[in-house]
Design a protein around this ligand. Structure first.
Ligand SMILES: [Zn+2]
Length: 690
């Protein structure tokens, strides 16, 4: 299901595994009574050299059923359940404790209560949203339109976070370190204006997509009808046509990810000439950005194209589109008829999820999103002891050391480039568990009987918070994720990594497991994120986070020829007869998987020289390492969810991420892989980048 709001972070990037499944549903225990390799999950009838994913996880796949309220199930979603269970227990306890007025815990309690207030939500109907719909209805000319669009601008996009390339608003604001002056925050403007996940949903002529578009238009009509709009069918047709026109102007996901195409500094005074159509002066004034002279236009042609559409498409159609987007954006907290209709399309049809998660879980999700740091503070106090932090910090140091050695040993990289790579590793900030400072919500008003108002005020609060940072110095230790998030990120503009507490748990990290397993599981994830420091985008940012290519042409040529082999390798995987993986779209993530796995292996081998480890259940330490990798990537997806991931996610599906082991020589020795086996690659075809 489409999340109610998109997570907006300052400078996130390269999410390890986007949670494409509807977040937070049925609670299951991801923890295992075993420590290390989960022997009962191995399918011994599969040969590791034919299908390592099935060998590692086959028994788990056979006995696991995807809950009806989900599109897929993975370690991430199961661990997410653990985090949700913990946070929901905390939130309930906090609510019962009747926290003092004005405290952070009071806000948590009141926000939760307001989401659970179903009777109040039914009784109020559309009245909370009505003033905003009236404002749209009162648009009479292009100037009014520009003002309403400017007022609706939100800091809800994050182009480096892979999943947030567009906003429901026509444009989205991203406040982040300037590409050219990474010591200061600047304003990035991004494309927006569509509701389906990506432009391909509007433009693809496959039968599947054509059917989906028909169902989408019916859904738009249904939402408008519920909201009391006349002629909902014809309005829906015009809205979808306008979204289609917008999608034609949009950049593709692959283009969006190319930061070199994105560094387009525009002065505020340039917009009228470079993107004529929208009355920009009015727009920026309403957005509170009068004084912001400098912008970076991430997708200039899309911004120009959308601006032209604002002038050329009928005002009435724009009004309908804005009304529909507003209703859709807040549909999850409107009366039940809206919630159900929204789930029918975005949950069932689009993601293949048969059943909606219970309301209390959606409420927890919402509190986690809206007051993330407040919940995070409580989470860390209970669930992330200092010993766990120290153990992970040791692994991080060993993996960074492995990268130092790998860089030293590279035959192809020129000495000057090597020195800069080492400098980048030296200044890398690795955040473990939780941020150094917490977000302050004291200026945000939360009422126990006003869910719409709470979320509206929260979006304005966040927007103003980001706008207030424009031109100010960058805090490189700032986190972009909450501690209770099951994910990990690399932030190239800050030269920093975040590993939230919630991902530092079994089966990714178990303080009681033999360390070969931990290095294969969480170690390869840490390595994945460190490796982003050097990949096709990391090579574009220097040790201070400025957009400056620090490689020579010869370095780049070798890198590109190595990565071309990886593109071909991933293009050759076919999850569906009519759909293969896109090796280019997934390249950056695949390189990170490869580099991370290789460095984690080195770090584990280095640990082995000083601290020998015995076999576990007949598995050698090397086998434990690779099984840690394979088992921590387990996943089971419904076809619709898998299809959506293949089309929109820069990460390859789990099975193919696991297949990365075929590029590592030690894996062949560990499992005696033979040339006739499916995953076998002759040594000269194994991809070696780092
Ligand atoms: Zn990544």
């Amino acid at each position: 299901m489409k999340p109610l709001f998109k997570r907006f972070a300052a400078v996130c990037t390269f999410v390890l595994l986007a949670l494409t499944a509807p977040v937070f549903a049925q609670t299951q225990n991801a923890a295992t009574p075993e420590h290390g390799v989960m022997v009962k999950d191995i399918d011994r009838s599969a040969k590791p050299g034919d299908n390592f994913f099935e060998y590692s996880n086959g028994e788990w796949i056979k006995r696991t059923e995807i809950p009806p309220d989900r599109g897929s199930l993975s370690v991430f979603s199961l661990l997410n359940d653990v985090a949700v269970k913990r946070t929901s227990q905390m939130i309930e306890e906090i609510a019962k404790s009747n926290p003092p007025a004005g405290s952070g815990n009071r806000k948590i309690a009141d926000l939760y209560k307001s989401y659970m207030d179903e009777a109040g939500i039914e009784a109020r109907g559309l009245s909370p949203i009505k003033p905003h719909l009236d404002e749209i209805a009162a648009i009479h000319n292009r100037k009014d339109l520009a003002r309403v669009l400017g007022k609706a601008l939100r800091a809800d996009v994050d182009p480096l976070n892979n999943t947030n390339f567009h906003t429901a608003n026509v444009f989205g604001l991203w406040v982040a370190p300037d590409f050219s002056d990474s010591d200061h925050y600047t304003a990035y403007l991004l494309q927006g204006g569509i509701q389906l996940p990506d432009r391909e949903y509007y433009l693809s002529d496959s039968e599947h997509m054509q059917n989906l578009r028909g169902q989408y238009q019916a859904h738009v009509a249904a939402m408008l009808k519920l909201a009391g709009f006349s002629d909902s069918d014809s309005r829906a047709q015009r809205i979808v046509e306008l979204e289609h026109a917008i999608a034609e102007k949009h950049w593709s996901l692959a283009e969006d990810q190319d930061v070199h195409k994105a560094n387009n500094p525009w002065k505020q005074s340039d917009f009228a000439a470079k993107a004529p159509g929208l009355e920009w002066k009015e727009f920026f004034h309403a957005a509170g950005l009068d004084k912001q002279a400098h912008f970076i236009a991430w997708q200039p042609s899309a911004i120009a194209g959308e601006s032209a559409l604002i002038a050329s498409s009928p005002i009435e159609t724009w009004k309908d589109l804005l009304s529909y987007h507003l209703i859709e954006q807040y549909g999850g907290i409107l009366p039940k008829a809206f919630v159900d209709e929204r789930f029918e399309f975005f949950g069932k049809t689009l993601s293949g999820t048969p059943q909606q998660s219970p309301r209390w879980q959606r409420a927890v999700n919402n509190v986690n999103f809206a007051l993330g740091d407040e919940v995070g503070k409580a989470y860390v106090q209970r669930y992330f002891p200092p010993e766990a932090k120290a153990q992970v910090q040791t692994m991080v140091a060993n993996i960074i050391n492995a990268f130092h050695k790998r860089i030293d040993a590279l035959a192809w990289m020129t000495p000057g480039t090597k020195a800069q790579a080492q400098a980048k590793l030296d200044t890398l900030y690795v955040g473990i568990g939780y941020p150094e400072t917490w977000e302050d919500y004291s200026g945000l008003e939360i009422k126990p009987d006003d869910i719409f108002g709470n979320l509206w005020r929260r979006s304005v609060f966040e927007y103003r918070r980001w706008v207030s940072r424009l031109g100010k110095p960058v805090d490189r230790h700032e986190w972009c994720m909450t501690p209770q998030t099951v994910n990990a990120v690399n932030l190239p503009l800050q030269n920093a990594l975040n590993f939230p507490a919630a991902i530092l748990a079994p089966p990714f990290f178990d303080p009681d497991a033999p360390y070969p397993y931990n290095y294969g599981a969480i170690g390869s994830i840490i390595g994945h994120e460190v490796s982003h420091t050097f990949d096709s985008e990391g090579s574009a940012f220097d040790q201070k986070g400025a957009l400056r290519n620090w490689w020579t042409q010869a370095d780049l040529d070798h890198f590109n020829s190595s990565t071309a082999k990886l593109v071909t390798q991933y293009d050759s995987y076919h999850p569906f007869p009519d759909l293969s993986l896109n090796g280019q779209q997934t390249l950056a993530e695949n390189i990170a998987d490869l580099g991370g796995l290789a460095a984690a292996y080195d770090a584990y081998r280095a640990a082995l020289t000083s601290k020998p480890v015995s076999d576990q259940d007949g598995f050698t330490p090397d086998q434990q390492f690779f099984l840690g990798y394979g088992q921590s990537r387990r996943d089971k997806s419904r076809p619709a969810a898998l299809r959506q991931q293949v089309m929109t996610d820069p990460h390859s599906p789990s099975e193919y991420r696991t297949d990365m082991v075929r590029n590592i020589d030690a894996w062949y020795q560990a499992f005696q892989v033979q040339p006739e086996q499916t995953l076998y690659l002759p040594p000269d075809q194994r991809v070696r980048i780092w």
